[in-house]
Structures are given as C-alpha cells and as structure tokens.
Design a protein around this ligand. Structure first.
Ligand code: NAD
Length: 454
C-alpha cells in the first residue's frame, strides 16, 4: 500500500497490507492478552494511558509532521489535534475510576445490589482519517481503560499515524497483545467483519457504517457507529455582532478544510441580517491563506482524498444548474496536490446537493430565511442528525429552536466543537451509540447486576 502526501502527490511510504491470516493471528493474540489486561488494576491501566498522553506531548513535533504529511492539514492544526486528544485522555483517565468501578446501588432490599462494569473482550475499531488522534482516542482509550483489547484498523489515509499510536501505547506500558494495528484499506476492514470480535466500533461514512452494521448484525455484539453529518447552523436576527458571528461560523465551516464530522455544512440566516452576514463571511474567508500545509500561517491546505475534488465540483455544478450563485471560489486548483478554492454558494435551496449531501470540503451553502419556523423546518430537512447550532442573543429563543432540532449535539453561540465531558452521538444517518463522557466510558463494558445476600 502506498502512502501519498496529499499536498504534493509524492509517495512517502510503502507498507505491507495485512491479510486475513495476519488479522486472525492478531485476534488470537489479543484474546490471550485481554484477560491479563483486564486483571490488572484499573489504576495501572489509567497510568499507562496517562503515560501515553505524556509521550504524545514529548513527541508532538514529529507526530504532527507525520500527520500533516499523510492527511495534508496545516501543521498547526495537526498540533492542535494532538493537544485536543491529550485533553480527552485527561478527562477519560480522571473520570475512569468514578464510572468504571463497581457501584453499590442499594442495600435497602436486605441484599447488596451492585453493578460491575465488565469489559466486552476484544473489540474492533475501524477508524477514519480526518482526525485520527481524536476519533481514535474516543474509542481505544475508554476501551483499554475498561480492560478490553483493541484491534485498531487505521484509515488507509492515516496509517503512519496509526503505527505511531501503536508504538507510543506500547512504550507507555500497554502490552503487545492488547493493542494491534491493522494496516490496509477497505478489504482489510471487510476481512475484520468475518472475525468474531466482541464489539465493533466504527467511525466513518454512512454507507460504510450501514454496510458494517448489516454485516455484523448476526454476531449479536455491541456496535457503535459515528458517521457523517450535514450539520445546520442558524443565525437569528438578534445577534449583537454580525461580523464576529460570521467569522466564528466561517471557521466552523472551513476548519480542517471542512473535513470534520461536525463541520458546519449548511447555513441559514435571518433575512434582516443576511446581507451584512454574507459580506462579513466572504471577507473572513478571503482573509485566509491557502497553501502548503507546512508553510507558516496557512489555514487551508490540501484535502486528504483526491476523489473528494470531483464530489465538490459536482456539488458546485449541481447548485449552479439549479439557480445558485457562486459568491466565492468554486473550482479545484490546477497543479500538484488536492487543493480546492474556499467556496461560498448563495441563493441555495435544500433541493441542491450542497445542502443535502455531506460536502466534507471547503464549500458552504448559505440560505436566507424569513423566520425561526422556516429555519427549524429547513434544519430538520436532512437524513443526518449529528449537530445543530443557533446564534442568537436570546437564550430562550435559541433553546426553543434547539429543542426542536433532531441532533445528538446542540450548540448555542458556538459550533464545530466536541467536549470530552459530553456524549458524542449521532442520530438517524449520523449513527448511534456514544463516545466520550461517562456514557462513552461505559460503552465498552457490559454491566453485570449482582444481587448479593449474605
Ligand atoms: P469511510 O467510510 O470511507 O472509511 C472509514 C473506514 O472504514 C476506513 O478505515 C476504511 O478503510 C474502512 N472501510 C471502508 N470500506 C469498508 C468496508 N466495506 N468494510 C469495512 N471497512 C471499510 O470514511 P472516511 O472517509 O475514512 O471518513 C470520513 C467520514 O467519517 C465522514 O462521513 C465523516 O463525517 C465521518 N466521521 C464521523 C465522525 C463522528 O464522530 N460522527 C468523526 C469523524 C469522521
């Protein structure tokens, strides 16, 4: 398998893909290692993950350089990602004892009634490339803390990072037969579905998630699916500083070149502030530097996957054909690397692909709405349900709108953010199950109810 730098097109590594046999061997080894790992004290497992976080910090520069070389994001955004992963590890390790230890529920019945949180066993994590540290940590950290062994199938676009993660986990004290990386693309992912894992945790697109869910259904094991989104954002007419809102929401749409599951993907703006907002939004986008991910000050660099360029071109063409205006950009950049101009499309409707299908690129549709009711109706007009955001000076107005939107996460005066203390979960085509928070810590356990009579 060739690893290609998306910013230059150069081959930066060649790796041997795993085979069905090598994956089965890993699985057998993980089965052996898991029991020993689960019998360690929780404190020892917590210490190993804390040490892993320390190693991420000590090696942040080379790790960020590797990440940037294979996914194309600006170096500073790679550093931000690693620091973000460390914040999540901090929360998970600091809260593991509280949420993974046995819980006594009552003695009022004359019995001791308690819950113990047992590990699932050997879990399979098929992962994405857009934030390999963040989405990886969401799964393998709580899974390891809870006493599971993990086979982590890194994305074919973030394999070098997956191998670095494996190296550092081992240096931190996680045994060889407790964490293994599967190298390869789709076929390797599909081969894992044939192996009897005790749980499947997937981060990626709706289509692959649906395929995996159907394929493993007959195993009767827990499945978690963190899938895509078409996340809406509404700007009400009572925002106090339209230009500041435009700048913040433009970042929510374009950070990491729009390749975030919770990127703002659709914007609805109240007609009273629409012109002012659009003007400030376009100015903000024009102020960003686009270029090589290793150049200082670059905000928009290369897209990770070459194929996405055609998806974006198609969304632009479809929008134009249906009457939209291109306020900015609209084209891929000629030359080496996967570069697309930051693109702002107006006069859009929910019938256009750019407002229906995940763009996962530096492109946004902005629509004008008459009132909150129209905004709610358009926001909910989607097959996805990951996040929804409202900007308004009124808390009650925002909360009222957010209570009517069907998404796992709701934002008031913020967007495109994840907190380790809150459950991260999708609805509808955005998936199900949760990572992060106490819900995500326990997602890799099976509760056992003890009724103990002395
Ligand atoms: P993808 O579905 O193409 O691939 C994800 C993983 O699945 C990769 O490791 C890939 O090799 C593997 N895979 C592909 N086909 C497979 C098959 N038939 N059987 C088994 N495994 C298979 O997704 P991607 O391009 O890596 O990631 C982008 C998507 O992930 C976007 O839709 C994004 O919104 C979503 N995402 C969601 C979250 C979230 O938390 N909800 C986070 C990050 C990314």
């Amino acid at each position: 398998m060739q690893i290609i730098n998306p910013a230059t097109g150069a081959v930066i590594a060649e790796l041997k893909e795993d085979s069905r046999q090598s994956l089965e061997l890993m699985f057998t080894q993980l089965q052996q290692g898991q029991q020993q790992w689960a019998s360690e004290t929780l404190e020892n497992r917590i210490n190993a993950l804390k040490q892993f976080s320390e190693l991420l910090n000590e090696n942040i520069e080379p790790l960020a350089a590797i990440l940037t070389s294979e996914v194309g994001k600006p170096l500073q955004q790679s550093r931000n990602e690693i620091n973000g992963a460390r914040n999540r590890i901090k929360w998970l390790t600091e809260n593991a004892t509280k949420y993974l230890s046995d819980e006594t529920m009552t003695t009022d019945t004359g019995l001791l009634e308690k819950i113990s949180y047992e590990p699932l066993g050997v879990v399979c994590n098929i992962s994405a490339w857009n934030y390999p540290y963040l989405v990886g940590v969401n799964v393998f950290v709580p899974a390891l803390l809870a006493g599971n062994a993990v086979l982590y199938k890194s994305s074919e676009h973030a394999t070098l990072t997956g191998l670095e993660i494996e190296k550092l986990l081992k240096q931190a004290g996680v045994p060889d037969n407790v964490f293994q990386v599967g190298v390869g693309a789709k076929e390797v992912g599909a081969a894992l579905l044939e192996i009897p894992f005790n749980g499947y945790f997937f981060t990626g697109s709706y289509n692959t998630g649906k395929f995996i869910y159907e394929k493993v259904a007959n195993k009767m094991v827990p499945v978690g699916l963190e899938l895509g989104g078409k996340d809406p954002l509404y700007v009400a007419d009572d925002v106090s500083d339209v230009a500041a809102v435009a700048a913040a929401t433009a970042d929510g749409a374009f950070y990491n070149n729009g390749q975030s599951c919770c990127s703002v993907e659709r914007i609805y703006v109240h007609e009273n502030v629409y012109e002012k907002y659009l003007d400030a939004f376009v100015k903000e986008v024009q102020s960003w530097k686009q270029g090589s991910p290793t150049e200082d000050g670059v905000y928009l660099a290369a897209l990770t996957r070459k194929e996405q360029l055609a998806v974006l071109e198609n969304q632009v063409a479809d929008a134009k054909a249906k009457g939209a205006n291109i306020a900015l950009g609209g084209n891929k950049k000629e030359g080496k690397g996967n570069f697309f101009e930051p693109t702002v499309i107006t006069n859009v409707t929910n019938q256009m692909l750019v407002m229906r299908e995940e763009s996962f690129g530096p492109i946004i549709g902005i629509a004008k709405v008459k009132n909150d009711e129209e905004a709610i109706s358009l926001m909910n007009d989607t097959e996805y349900g990951l996040t929804a955001s409202v900007y308004s000076s009124s808390e009650s107005r925002a909360k009222n709108i957010l209570s009517k939107t069907n998404s796992g996460t709701a934002y008031w005066n913020c967007c495109d953010r994840v907190s380790a203390a809150l459950p991260w979960s999708g609805r509808k085509h955005s998936g199900f199950g949760s990572t992060l928070s106490h819900v995500g810590l326990r997602a890799f356990t099976k509760p056992k109810a003890y009724h103990l009579k002395a």
